[in-house]
Structure formats: C-alpha cells, structure tokens
Design a protein around this ligand. Structure first.
Ligand code: 9UX
Length: 69
C-alpha cells in the first residue's frame, strides 16, 4: 500500500469534500481517502498494483473537480 497526496481544485463546501471522498473510495484498490477543503488536497492510501495515481486524478475529474498532475 502506498500513500499519495493529490491536489484537488474547485471544492467549495463540505458537500464537495464528500463527493470527492466517495469518488476516491469507490475505486478498487483505494483503502482510504482523506480530503481537505482547506488545503485543496486529498491524501489517498491505495494499492498501486490495482489502481494508478492517474486513475485517482481521473476519478476526481469525473466527479467534477480539477486534479492537475
Ligand atoms: Mo456545496 Mo460542492 O453546496 O459542488 S457540494 S459547492
């Protein structure tokens, strides 16, 4: 398991935080996600054999936010 921090731009309230958290946690291979509105970051624990950091960013983008590499 590895941990990464990805930037998440465009979150405005706790609902956005819940959306991003749910999107990340729904991915196979993600074991935990802690999203911060204040720092515009998501700290994610995941299995790199199952899911890639790029797929994490894509899930954030699909939820309607920006996750620049
Ligand atoms: Mo809050 Mo986020 O009302 O898309 S859920 S701004």
């Amino acid at each position: 398991m590895v941990e990464t921090v990805i930037r998440v731009e465009g979150m405005s309230c706790g609902g956005c935080v819940r959306s991003v958290t749910a999107a990340l946690k729904s991915l196979p291979g993600v074991t935990d996600a802690d999203v911060s509105l204040e720092s515009a970051q998501a700290r994610v624990q995941y299995d790199p054999a199952t899911v890639s950091e790029q797929q994490l960013r894509e899930a954030v983008e699909d939820a309607g936010f920006d996750a620049p590499a």
